[in-house]
Each structure stands twice: as C-alpha cells, then as structure tokens.
Design a protein around this ligand. Structure first.
Ligand code: LLP
Length: 419
C-alpha cells in the first residue's frame, strides 16, 4: 500500500497535490512519500516479529538519498552498503556503525580501511582473496574485523538475469562446496572474527521458493561448520523481495516471507540479518514528468515526456514495466508509445501501452520509482540530474537539488595544450 492517490481528480503524494511540486521544483522530479517508507519499514519489521532481535539493514543502493536514509534510521533500520560512498551516506544519515553491513565483490583496500576506521558491525566477504586482504589489514592495525562469508548457493532466483546473483556462474559469494574450506582458512586468521554467513540470491523475486531453497542450503552448511568447531553467530539472509510494478499484481508479503524464514531457520540459534531495498522504497516514490508534445506515429502516437532513460534507467536496462498515470484524472484512454527526448530508441518507457490520453503540458507519473530510480540516473545527452522531493503529510521539501548540465560542465576542463 502506498500514499499516492487521487483526491478531487488530482494525484497527490500524501496531502500534497503533485502539480504543486511540479510548479515549485519543475519536472522531471522524483517524489517520495515519507508515510509510505515508514509503513513499508513497519510492515517489514512486523513480518519478522517471530524472530529474536533481527538486524534489518536497508540496501542503500536502492535509494541512497540522505533524507530517505534518515527516515529509515528513525525506524530503527541499519544500512547495507556496497561502497565507501554509501558507507559515508549511511553515517551522515545518523545510522550507527553497529548497524552497518558492508557487501560487494570489489571492496578496495581504502574501502576496507574505511569500514575498519568507522567500526562497522560486519563485512560480508565475497572471496577468499578479499578475506585474506581484510585479515591482513586488520591484523596490522591490531584489530579483528567482524565478518560473514557470502555463499553462492547456486539457486536460480527466477528473476531478470541482470539482477540474479545466486547462480554458480554469477560473480557473487563463494561456491557452496568451497565454503567449508574457505571458511576454515579465513576463520583461522588473526585479523578476522569470522562468525557469520551471508547470502543474497537476487532482486525482484516473485516467489519464495528459491529463497527457501537457498536458506535451506545455508542451514545445512551452518550445521556442517558448527560440527567442525566453528562459531556461527549471525546469518545475513540478504534482500530480494519483489514488489508489484503493475496495478493488480500480487507478491509474497513480508508476513509470508517472515513465516517462511521462521520455519526454515528454527533452531539455527543465530541473529538473523536482512537487507531489504526495493520492498521498502520501490512503491514509496514516483517520477513526476510533463508531456513535452505528442507526436503522430505510424501505428500509435509517441507521447514524449521530459523524463528520459538517464533519469529512470530500468525500462531501457531491464525492459522493466512502470505504470504510467496521468496526474489529472481522465477517463479517455489511448494506445501510445511513451518515450523520452534522448537520441536513442532505447529511450522508450513503454510501447503500445494502454494509457491515459495526454496532451502537451500535462503531468504524469511513472510509478514504483522509489527504488533504483534516481540512484541509477546519469547525465547522458548532457541532461542534468533530477531533483528529489520528500513529502510528509501536507509538507514537502527538496531533498536533492537539480544538478543542471552547466554544473556538470563546470567540473570539466580543456587542457592548455588545446588552447
Ligand atoms: N543485498 C545485496 C547484497 C544486494 O546486492 C541487493 C541488491 C540487495 C540486498 C537489495 O535487494 P532488493 O531487496 O532491493 O531486491 N538495479 C536493479 C536491482 C539491482 C539489485 C542489486 N542488488 C533494478 O532496478 O531492478
């Protein structure tokens, strides 16, 4: 459930009419609803209420905006970060280091050091090589880095291949059958307190079965490691729960997910950690855009909006569907192609889509844009970066400024020899 609904024929974010935001901030603009973020955070936590003291860390990559992180910090969430930049954001949002987990296959030496400097609670180590490097850095500082070993369970998550992470040929984690040996090697090193396992098999999962299969494999490994004398105190089950992108679609709920987790992990005797991203932020945001013009097409008109693939990359990258709705309700519908102004055909949000009949100047939204939206923006075609607005009740605030093409150009220079 989200807090974007029509009142008096005009789409609102909570109590704010979207035209007021377009007027004040311009378009395109990402609009987030604080009440929706809070609701999703609470529903997720309640779904896990059968578990003892779970650690819930928001996957910052889904929406790293500082205000969004702050809302989640106030809900008691920690952060799952994958770069030094995300780690700095989590700290800047007030998230305590004892709730920060550092994932990612390519942490640099500087990032490992930053994690140690800031005393985060857990490094999710993705390879023997990374574990050795972290152990050496920590040992040289006279420290022991708390870590979990990320396992690649070789499970097909049944999602888009570009966002599947738990198959044997994906780059993530260590293969299940190498895990006992790598765990033993790393656990014996001075610089590591290796007492955890981690897993994340993919994103936008529509079905709990692959998650369950993966968790069962982790359970077997856990028992095996304990039988060999290792201590396992924490298991990080990752993120991945999918969300509806089309009105009417249904997905497993956090309560169903929580019940499955409680069943599969009964008797594990560990602290469980979770890294939800999309399920918290996805439906808490829309991309508000204005129609530039409607161009006649061969079979269907082209509705050219002022948002483009550089602002919302998901349709171009993954062929993803985002519902497209008019801000001012209209019952008139057409079949149209919805496209942005960028000079490649990939800049198409929807083909032959049944959508509201719009004319130049009308406002519209792409829904479910709160996760993997603004954060994946680029400045392709020398377009700027879209601003972000957070709504709370009848208030709204710009929480990220528009960075226009001029500001981006200011960071470039022509060397003397080209004078
Ligand atoms: N933990 C790890 C280690 C991850 O790699 C991810 C997402 C998450 C947690 C959060 O997954 P979620 O709960 O959001 O599914 N850009 C793509 C999604 C990439 C997901 C990458 N990893 C998209 O727009 O669909």
């Amino acid at each position: 459930m989200d807090h974007f609904a029509s009142t008096g024929g005009i789409l609102h974010a909570e109590d704010v009419a979207l035209p007021a935001i377009a007027e004040a901030v311009g378009t395109p603009v990402y609009v987030y609803s604080q009440a929706t973020l809070q609701r999703h955070a609470r529903v997720f936590r309640e779904g896990l209420s059968a578990l003892d003291n779970p650690l819930i860390v928001f996957a910052v990559k889904a929406n790293p905006n500082l205000a969004v992180l702050r809302v989640l910090q106030r809900e008691g969430f920690g952060a799952d970060v994958v770069s030094g930049g995300e780690l700095r954001r989590a700290l800047a949002a007030g998230i305590s280091p004892d709730k920060i987990v550092f994932s990612g296959v390519g942490k640099t030496r500087a990032e490992l050091e930053l994690g140690l400097d800031t005393a985060i609670t857990q490094f999710n180590i993705e390879s023997r090589e990374e574990g050795i490097e972290l152990a050496e850095i920590a040992a040289a500082r006279g420290e022991r880095a708390r870590a979990a070993l990320r396992i690649n369970p070789d499970v097909d998550a049944g999602t888009h291949e570009k966002i599947s992470t738990g198959k044997a040929d994906n780059k993530f984690g260590v293969p299940l059958h190498h895990a006992p040996q790598i765990f033993a090697d790393l656990a014996a090193r001075d610089g590591l307190q290796l007492d955890g396992l981690a897993i994340h098999i993919g994103s936008q999962l529509a079905d709990l079965a692959p998650l369950e299969a993966a968790f069962e494999r982790i359970g077997t490994l856990l028992a095996e490691l304990r039988a060999s004398g290792h201590t396992i105190a924490r298991v990080d089950l990752g993120g991945g729960l999918g969300v509806p992108y089309k009105a009417g679609e249904t997905f497993p709920t956090p309560a169903e997910y929580g019940a499955m987790v409680a069943r599969v992990t009964a008797g594990w005797d560990v602290q469980l950690a979770f890294e939800p991203g999309r399920v918290i932020a996805g439906n808490a945001g829309v991309l508000l855009t204005r129609v530039i013009r409607v161009k006649e097409g061969l079979n269907a008109p082209f509705v050219i909006v002022d948002a483009a693939m550089n602002d919302l990359a998901r349709p171009a990258l993954y062929g993803a569907w985002h519902d497209f709705d008019a801000v001012a309700e209209t019952s008139e519908r057409v079949t149209a192609n919805i496209v942005g102004p960028i000079c490649e055909t990939g800049d198409t949000f929807a083909r032959d889509r049944d959508c509201p009949a719009l004319v130049a100047g009308d406002l519209a939204v792409f829904r479910t844009a709160g996760a993997y939206g603004a954060t994946m923006a680029s400045s392709y075609n020398s377009r700027g970066f879209v601003p972000e607005v957070l709504v709370s009740g009848s208030e709204f605030a710009v929480v990220a400024d528009r960075i226009d093409a001029g500001a981006i150009m200011d960071a470039e220079r022509v060397p003397d020899w080209l004078d």
